[in-house]
Design a binder for this molecule. Structure first.
Ligand code: PGA
Length: 395
C-alpha cells in the first residue's frame, strides 16, 4: 500500500521509515499530522501524543496500530482496516468511522461523545461493542454519560441557593461530557431553575409524592415538578427511608409517578452498617432493586439513575473504598441484567454516594461501574463540587 503523497499537507517531527517506495509509519510522536490519507499502510504503527484531529483516512490499513494520548477529535475513517488496534486515553470526540473493520478494537479511557460508527452515535455503541469485544468495561462506561448530582438536603435559603449556583456556573461552563445536576429543596426550585436557565446545570428535586394530586397536606406531586421544568428527582434516599418511614413499596410508587410525569428518577439504594457486617449487602441491594423497580418497563428503567449509597457512608465522612463501591455497583448492574437484559444493565447510570468529596472522587469515578456520584456535603461548596465534576470528566 502506498501513501498518497500529493494529498499530504503537513507532517512535522515524525519518524518515518521508507521501504520499497512505500511509506511505513514506525512511530509518530508529538506530531501534527494534517492530511487526507488514502491507501496507506499504518499496520502495527504506534502513535503517541500525535494530533490527528480532523484528519481523514480512507482505504488504509491500521490493523494492530497503537494510539496513545492521540487527538483524533473530528477525524474521519472510511473503509479502513482498524481491526485489533488499541486506543488508550485518546480523544475520539466527534470522530466518524464508516465501513471500517473494527473487530477486536480495544478502547480504554477514551473520550467518545459525538463519535459515530456507521452513523450510530457512541451512546448506541454498547451493542456494537458487545459484538466485537466482550469485556472491555471502559468502553461501556464511556458510552454512558457520567452524572454528578448534588443533593443539597435541607440547606440553603433562596439567596444562598442563588449565590452557590452563580458561583458554580462559570466554574463548570466548559463541561460537556458530564451531566451536572443540582437537587435542591422545593423552596429553591424556582430560583435554581431561573439562575441556571440556558446553562449546563440541570435541576432536580429531593422527593415527590406518588399520587397525582389530592388530600396529602405538605406533599408535592411529580406533575408539579415537571410543570416547573425540573428534570430529576431523588427518590428513596436513606434519610427519607430512615426518618420518614419510606419503604420500597412507596419508592416504587414514587418512581412510577415520576416516570409518568417525564421526570428522571435518581433512585437510592444502600445497606445499613449492620447489614454489611452481617454480610448481607447483596441480599439487601437485590431486594431493593427488585422492589423499587417492580413492574417498571425496560424502557423506563433506562431513564432512571440508580445511586448506590451505603447508609453508613452518608454524611459520616466514612467513604466506601473504590473497590467496595465498584463491587456493589457491578452487582446492581448484574441484577438489572437478570431482571431485564444485558442492554438495560449497560445503559443505566449507576452512581456512588456517601461522603464523596474533592479528594476521593477521582478514584471512585475511575471504576468501570461507577458512573458518577450523588454528592451531599461537598455539593454545597462550588469549588469542591467542581473538582468532583472534573474528576468525572476524566473518569
Ligand atoms: P454526603 O451525602 O455526600 O454528605 O455523604 C450523600 C447523599 O446523601 O446523597
Amino acid at each position: 500500500m502506498t501513501l498518497n503523497n500529493e494529498k499530504i499537507e503537513l507532517i512535522t517531527d515524525c519518524t518515518i521509515d521508507r521501504k520499497d517506495g512505500n511509506i511505513e509509519f514506525a512511530e509518530m510522536k508529538n506530531s501534527r499530522f494534517c492530511a487526507v490519507v488514502s491507501e496507506c499502510d499504518f499496520s502495527g504503527s504506534e502513535f503517541h501524543r500525535t494530533n490527528l484531529s480532523g484528519d481523514y483516512f480512507e482505504s488504509s490499513d491500521m490493523s494492530g496500530a497503537y494510539f496513545e494520548e492521540v487527538n483524533l477529535s473530528g477525524a474521519g475513517f472510511e473503509r479502513s482496516n482498524i481491526s485489533g488496534a488499541a486506543f488508550t486515553d485518546v480523544n475520539l470526540r466527534g470522530a466518524a468511522f464508516e465501513g471500517c473493520d473494527l473487530s477486536g478494537v480495544e478502547i480504554t479511557d477514551c473520550k467518545l461523545d459525538g463519535m459515530t460508527v456507521n452513523g450510530y452515535d457512541s451512546s448506541e455503541l454498547i451493542e456494537f461493542y458487545k459484538n466485537n469485544h466482550k469485556d472491555n468495561g471502559n468502553m461501556k462506561k464511556n458510552a454512558r454519560k457520567a452524572i454528578i448530582a448534588g443533593n443539597w438536603k435541607m440547606n440553603k435559603t433562596r439567596p444562598e441557593a442563588k449565590a452557590l449556583l452563580e458561583e458554580l456556573k462559570p466554574l463548570v461552563a466548559d463541561v460537556k461530557s458530564v451531566e451536572i445536576v443540582a437537587c435542591v429543596p422545593f423552596t429553591n426550585l424556582e430560583t435554581a431553575l431561573s439562575v441556571t436557565a440556558g446553562t449546563n446545570i440541570k435541576i432536580g428535586a429531593e422527593n415527590c409524592h406518588f399520587e397525582k394530586s389530592g388530600a396529602f397536606t405538605g406533599e408535592i406531586s411529580a406533575d408539579m415538578l415537571a410543570e416547573m421544568g425540573v428534570e430529576y428527582v431523588v427518590l428513596g434516599h436513606s434519610e427519607r427511608r430512615q426518618y420518614f418511614n419510606e419503604t420500597d413499596e412507596t419508592v416504587n410508587k414514587r418512581t412510577k409517578a415520576a416516570l409518568a410525569a417525564g421526570l428522571k428518577p435518581i433512585v437510592c439504594v444502600g445497606e445499613l452498617l449492620w447489614e454489611r457486617e452481617c454480610n448481607i449487602t447483596e441480599e439487601v441491594i437485590a431486594r431493593q432493586i427488585k422492589l423499587d423497580f417492580f413492574a417498571i418497563s425496560a424502557d423506563d428503567v433506562k431513564k432512571c439513575v440508580i445511586a448506590y449509597e451505603p447508609v453508613w457512608a452518608i454524611g459520616t465522612g466514612k467513604t466506601a473504598t473504590a473497590e467496595q463501591a465498584e463491587e456493589v455497583c457491578a452487582f446492581i448492574r448484574a441484577q438489572l441484567a437478570k431482571l431485564y437484559s444485558e442492554d438495560v444493565a449497560e445503559a443505566v447510570t449507576i452512581q456512588y454516594g456517601g461522603s464523596m468529596n474533592a479528594k476521593n472522587a477521582e478514584e471512585l469515578v475511575s471504576k468501570t461501574n461507577v458512573d458518577g456520584g450523588l454528592i451531599g456535603g461537598a455539593s454545597l461548596k462550588a469549588e469542591d463540587f467542581t473538582v468532583i465534576i472534573k474528576a468525572a470528566e476524566n473518569g
